[in-house]
Design a protein around this ligand. Structure first.
Ligand code: PMP
Length: 408
């Protein structure tokens, strides 16, 4: 029998099944109220608009082009829409600044491939998006803690990176309604982070798939917009913005993009050519038509639904969670982050929650590169109706109240 383990590259040992995907297998049971998956509600997809778009493309003169290989940078029509979307957010860019990717996840993988050598440092928030850790992990970096709220000295990051035999290559973060915390960076934190990256001479990876899902408050400028402002234009920036259509229009079409200086985009294009040549053209053509026709109108409608669900979950948490438990109040996105009393292990609580309360969530430990955060959990409100939210949080609150009482 082949001894596969001896044949795999060293980096393969760092590739592990996502704890979250393993946990989601528990959810096959009927009648589970799930706050676990961080996905958009399929009932809200603009299915009719996509049906018309695909029919229009495939029945017209464009059919051959849409079924053919395409340019690696992405379809012209979709990149034009993305350029105007980025301009709406204060980023003056052109077609040469955009690479269309198969979801922003592919963008994260390409960024890891372009920047990270084994031993290099990626600065990430604690907790951070698990999929980013998975994407970067294949390139054998070490992770160091990025905390935009504090002024950790630059020399401290540099010394730690040097000791590990590498360099700080980038700071990765989601400034708007982060996965898993739901939190948004203030303007001051955004500026401080750009200043830190300037001092460190590293890149900034701004992962913003939830950007259009804002339910209250005023939008803050993306880091890339602030970077353009201070550095004198996109070609001088150090920020790579990763966008996505997954949370706004559809994740199934697998479409995202990277917006950055054309120097970086042209390097990423080479990676894409070696990886999959181009993102599916038919999907890009359909997405361009749907985005042109109804992006703003559609997201306004879905945001009203998600806002109602967020409010319902916040109200239910206030009603049912015991003292000593706290949670975030996100202005958008899909997630609420809960901190339990320190004695409670959320990963140990999950099987009991599924078995006895019929409620699922994601234990927060998976989002910490150092395995911390055992007393935290992530709740998603995007797919549950009001009744399920009230019932599920009331059952979860009862279980947590009992667990806290028995741990005293
Ligand atoms: N970044 C973050 C912060 C996410 O939450 C997700 C999806 N869960 C992604 C990137 C990947 O999204 P997609 O590849 O569907 O664009």
């Amino acid at each position: 029998m082949t001894t596969w383990d001896s044949l795999y590259a060293k980096r393969a040992s760092r590739m592990r099944a996502s704890e979250i995907r393993e946990l989601l297998k528990l959810l096959d049971k009927p009648d589970i109220i799930s706050f676990a998956g961080g996905i958009p509600d399929a009932a809200l997809f603009p299915a009719e608009a996509f049906r018309e778009a695909y029919a229009d493309i495939l029945s017209g003169e464009e059919a051959g082009k849409a079924l053919q290989y395409g340019v690696s940078e992405g379809s012209l029509r979709l990149r034009r829409w993305i350029v105007s979307h980025m301009k709406d957010m204060g980023i003056d860019c052109g077609l040469e600044n955009i690479l269309v990717t198969s979801g922003s996840q592919q963008g994260l993988d390409y960024i890891g491939k372009l920047f990270l050598s084994p031993g290099d440092t990626a600065l990430v928030q604690w907790p951070t998006y698990l999929g980013a850790l998975q994407a970067f992990n294949a390139y054998e970096p070490r992770f160091d803690r990025l905390d935009p709220g504090t002024n950790r000295p630059t020399a401290d990051y540099e010394a730690a990176a040097h000791e590990a035999g590498g360099k700080v290559k980038f700071a990765y973060l989601s400034p708007d309604f982060a996965n898993p915390t739901g939190l948004t960076l203030t303007l001051e934190e955004r500026r401080r982070l750009l200043a830190l990256s300037g001092d460190l001479g590293c890149a900034v990876i701004e992962d913003s798939p939830y950007e259009s899902l804002r339910y209250d408050g005023e939008p803050l400028p993306p880091l890339l917009a602030l970077d353009c402002e201070t550095s004198g234009g996109i070609e001088e920036t150090r920020t790579l913005y990763c966008g996505s259509f997954s949370k706004s229009l559809s994740p199934g079409l697998r479409l995202g993009w990277i917006c950055a200086s054309s120097k970086v985009i042209s390097r990423l294009v080479l990676i894409k050519q070696a990886s999959d040549l181009n993102t599916p053209v038919l999907n890009q053509e359909a997405m361009a038509r749907v985005a042109e026709a109804c992006f703003k109108q559609h997201t306004t409608g879905t945001n009203a639904v998600y806002k109602g669900r967020r409010d319902a979950m916040l109200a239910a948490l206030g009603k049912h969670m015991p003292a000593g438990t706290s949670w975030t109040r996100p202005e958008g996105g899909m997630f609420i982050w809960v901190e339990l009393p320190e004695t409670i292990d959320a990963a140990a609580l999950l099987p009991r929650s599924v078995e006895t309360a019929g409620v699922a969530f994601v234990p927060g430990g998976a989002f910490f590169p150092d395995g911390g955060g055992t007393n935290t959990l992530r709740l998603s409100f995007s797919c549950a109706d009001f009744e399920k939210i009230e019932e599920g949080i009331s059952r979860l609150g009862r279980l947590i109240t009992e667990t806290v009482a028995s741990s005293l």
